[in-house]
Design a protein around this ligand. Sequence first.
Ligand code: 0PR
Length: 361
Amino acid sequence: MQAEPQAFDRVLSSMCTDPHPAAREAAERFLATNPGDPGSYPTVADLEDEVIDRLGEIAGLADPHGYVASGGTEANIQAVRISRNRAETETPNVVMSESGHFSFRKAANLLGVELRVVPVDDDRRIDLAAAQEAVDEETALVVGVAGSTEYGRVDPIPALGGVAEDVGALFHVDAAWGGFVLPFTDHEWHFSHAAVDTLTIDPHKMGQAAVPAGGLLVRDDDLLDELAVDTPYLESTSQATLTGTRSGAGVASAVAAIDELWPDGYHAQYERSQENAEWLARELRNRSYPVVEPELPIVAASVPGSLFEALRMDGWRISRTGANELRIVCMPHVTREILETFLADFDRLESRLPASVPGDD
Ligand code: 0PR
């Protein structure tokens, strides 16, 4: 029997979503193209330029450079690589907070840089004083998160840019997930808000494009040059990407999604997702569970471990934070109806549990 992909109606843990129909269709049409070889596949290469222009528009960069990566991991690795190649020391370090994504651990390991992880403050944003203390003249890169993976928090980006500037380090913002919701909030997160050098923004997350479509943006072309290697047997003469052959599906799909949704569709989606997150937070709080305020559409709540397991057994795709909270990402496919069904199951399963204390694992 042919395997079927999972339905999205019980997936509450993913940062990816059901692609917009136009994005799905574009992905299928461009499945057999390779933007890694622009000499042979010029149409998809042009589409990639278009994605970068549109991402620049979203992230406040008038003359953007960059490329469509396999995802946020690759974009983050490449940002670290740019900074390492730029650094004038043999022992460069990268400073980020403990809320930074694990892709930076991969980057540090691959690239031989020291990762200095600093604590977060009471509201789960980078502790600025600790960041200031951690940087030195060997700091190649300071990383800020704009929409953290676990709690959807946004670091104080302009101030953190100042910390980087003080020691002559580059400044990277990881808006892999947040980039398509932050434009509709008051947060300062992008190139025109702060001295940002590089930024990750993934169409395949809140951008509603098909996987694989990550985005790396750089302020100046010469930052991308740090990544370029010569490609003697291709028509193009150099390549800045980490991967060689790449999927044209993600590229075409990103253009299609952005054409359809930027800005009004994304705005409406943000409003729906945020309202859903706030509604869910209220419902869980009404049941006496401690909830982390959803500043962006991610809800974290302390619920008994046995209830979490029972929900998983019931088919709900839910995940935990590092602190063992239930974590629900209100992606576009997570409708109010789905959340109502989830809560009905939550209540049913909770009533069958042996008496437990809220927040107790
Ligand atoms: N930066 C941030 C802030 C992210 O949240 C993520 C993905 C990345 C970078 C990496 O992006 P790619 O996966 O496209 O390379 N966050 C993960 C995800 O949703 C985190 C995760 C992992 C969440 C496992 C839940 C989980 O069960 O894929």
